[in-house]
Design a protein around this ligand. Sequence first.
Ligand SMILES: [Zn+2]
Ligand SMILES: [Zn+2]
Length: 511
Amino acid sequence: MHWADKTADDLLSRGERHVIETGTSISGIPHIGNAGDVIRGDAIRKALLDRGIEAGFMWISDDSDPFRKVPKGMEKLKDYLGYPVRDIPDPDGCHENFVDHFAMPFISELSEFGVKPKVLSSTECYRSGQFYNEIKTALNNSSKIIEILNKFREEPLPDSYIPWTPICRKCGKISTVKAVSWDGKDAIKYVCRHTEVSGGSVDGCGFEGESSIKEAYGKLPWRVEWAMRWAHFNVTCEPMGKDHASAGGSFPTSKLICKEVFGWEPPMPVIYEFFTLNGEKISSSKGNVITLGDWLKISEPEVLKAFMYKVLKKQRDIDLEKIPNMNDEYDEFEAIYFGLKEDTDNTQKRLYELSQVGEPKKLQVPFTMCAILSQIPNLDIKEISKRLNNLDYKDFDEERLETRIKLANNWVIKHGPDFLKFTILKDASGIKLSDLQKKGLFIMADELMKNLNPKELHQKIYAVARSIELDPPELFDAIYMSLINEKKGPRAGHFLLALDLDFVVERFRSF
Ligand SMILES: [Zn+2]
Ligand SMILES: [Zn+2]
């Protein structure tokens, strides 16, 4: 069974009302790794819907968090270290603030993946006053909270710890603020002092003030906030990265707080491994990032969804040079869905279904082939469709073909390996070939007219070379030189058949 179905069944064994919470900390550009949380949550929503249960599905931006580290390329924001991210200005000035600048494109890109959660801002929730009762509950239970937090800490919190951090009224920072006393009702006294965050040290303004939890200008500590949100929004399912779920992570702590302080049964965790990008950790502070928008320029949304839905607990790498492999994997699932291949573990057809944004449409034309086609000048899609039909690519959706060719072109230009990039030579009269090479091309021109498939054609090149006692690499050289003036190119069988037959035949005979 696919993990999303298994999760849905497990959830249903607990009851029929469900809310799936997903979220992202907006500390920089929300990337593909962040998107994994909500895209995976959507698979669970779909699986529940297929069982007749319409679950709540929310995405919350953790925008009350302090700005701890400056993302690469945004060095001008370094003075905002220690501020709640929500209160930082838009670095480009096009949105109301830093969070909107990143969250709004992220949400609209998610909808292109067919993922449309209810969008919430943690800061707005606080400042609207809707968490008031829960904040009060947390303060009333601070000794219990300290006891739970201390189970997971090396250095215990003092008994005087107050689980609420106001934002400094004077300077607007939050990292620098320490709550010092609570009057037992709504007022919290605080001081604003120097502190260290991961991106550097942050000066406090020295202000000593008082903050009312009624206006909720501040936040609960993360592990308390998470637990509070589950109770407040009746969350029953929460996808999370494995760092949260690990022994010292926030889930084991928040789980206890949720149950013992807020009296809500903690949500069922759906734990996943992170992706890496080009073999390295995805990190906006290091600039090793790809966004959903970047992805949509080079590949279809369904391909990424299928990649995310395949396994939960295995770290997988997104290697931008190997986007064709990811597409090939997707095409396998598609072949299974359309009955062209067997579903060996009974999850792959389902995985394909869950990945769909609209109605499934068959393509089965390899991404690499599309990358080659995309570089042919004056490409005519009708003409290409005819050519592909001759190549045994049948009954494909022409609109998808057009889309994939466009995407493959963007990919090959930006990330493709050199051997896959080419420009068709308009005039080959300057190309010097040996007599044997010319002879080889002449015979190949005849072979091209025999309707061979790419593999057969590839083998034919070897056979022809040997038949005239030419070293095969020399014939490959001649093929590439005559067409693209390069010693190397895309795999010859696919390449030759992607081109206009009359053109290639004429070119080969022109020497
Ligand atoms: Zn903006
Ligand atoms: Zn201050």
